[in-house]
Design a protein around this ligand. Structure first.
Ligand code: ADP
Length: 254
């Protein structure tokens, strides 16, 4: 089965002064994929994402987003992608419904605010202010804002960092729902369990280079085939399983 390429990055380079933050990386993302960018802090993930999002200038290489060239058609690219807004843009005086209507006006894109809040399970919070939300609710709202312009591709930068185990699982379900509606998702995360569960393929970036690009399954199988063994016997459960077993999957702070 041939898959449609929605993002194509070729020999992308980014220098900050004389420092080479991204050293010529190439990869493709397929339509409908959840694609993970993994790597240690400083590897060049955010730089790469922000270049694709048209928010940062590249030093070299080529990028296409849904067939649009990043140098020639950046405005068209902005129209078909969804990027998480900084929470500083969430005017404190407005409630969630009003914020969505505001952004919808800014994007010149009519949106059913109640329906969007329902999709991210925040219909009960329609009249609350952003600052009154729990960490998980804030992330769900932030993800909702990426969907306002009905994008073909959304970018999520560490969406579950700092969330409790229930809220993380809840967000995984939301991300899967968004993908099920046909949206391609590019995500960065430092949680490898999350990448393993969510991502169809992951690129591992280190010091500005892609050092692996595969399905999580294949990467694990290759490591095992190369003779890797865990230093101790693996138990049938881990502490996170205990936590979820004891406290359930129901969201708190609702
Ligand atoms: P990651 O998202 O993987 O943590 P970044 O893309 O944020 O990595 O950063 C890659 C490297 O580029 C880091 O060494 C970082 O310090 C450097 N860097 C990022 N942004 C700038 C900037 N605006 N000016 C100078 N150096 C930067």
């Amino acid at each position: 089965m041939s898959q449609k390429v929605v993002i194509s990055v070729k020999d992308l380079k980014k220098n900050y002064g004389s420092f080479e933050a991204v050293k010529g990386i190439s990869f493709e993302v397929f339509q409908g994929e959840i694609f993970g960018l993994l790597g240690p802090n400083g590897a060049g993930k955010s730089t790469t994402l922000e270049i694709i999002e048209t928010l940062r200038k590249k030093t070299g290489g080529e990028v296409w987003v849904d067939g649009l060239n990043i140098d020639r058609q950046p405005e068209k690219i902005k129209q078909i992608i969804g990027v998480q807004l900084q929470s500083s843009g969430f005017y404190p005086g407005l409630n969630l419904m009003e914020l969505i209507r505001l952004f919808s006006g800014l994007y010149n894109q009519p949106v059913d605010a109640a329906e969007l809040l329902r999709m991210v399970n925040l219909e009960d919070k329609a009249h609350s202010k952003f600052k009154a939300l729990s960490g998980g609710q804030k992330q769900r709202f932030s993800i909702a804002t990426t969907l306002i312009n009905k994008p073909r591709i959304i970018f999520l930068d560490e969406p579950t960092t700092g969330l409790d185990p229930q809220a993380r699982r809840n967000l995984w379900d939301l991300i899967k729902d968004i993908r099920a509606q046909g949206t391609t998702v590019i995500i960065t995360t430092h949680y490898m369990d999350e990448a393993e569960i969510l991502c169809d393929r992951v690129a591992i970036i280190d010091e500005g280079r892609i050092i692996a690009l595969q399905t999580p399954d294949k990467l694990i199988d290759d490591l095992v085939a190369a003779g890797f063994e865990k230093p101790k016997e693996v138990k049938q459960a881990n502490l996170e399983d205990v936590f979820i077993h004891l406290t359930g999957r129901t969201l708190r702070a609702e």
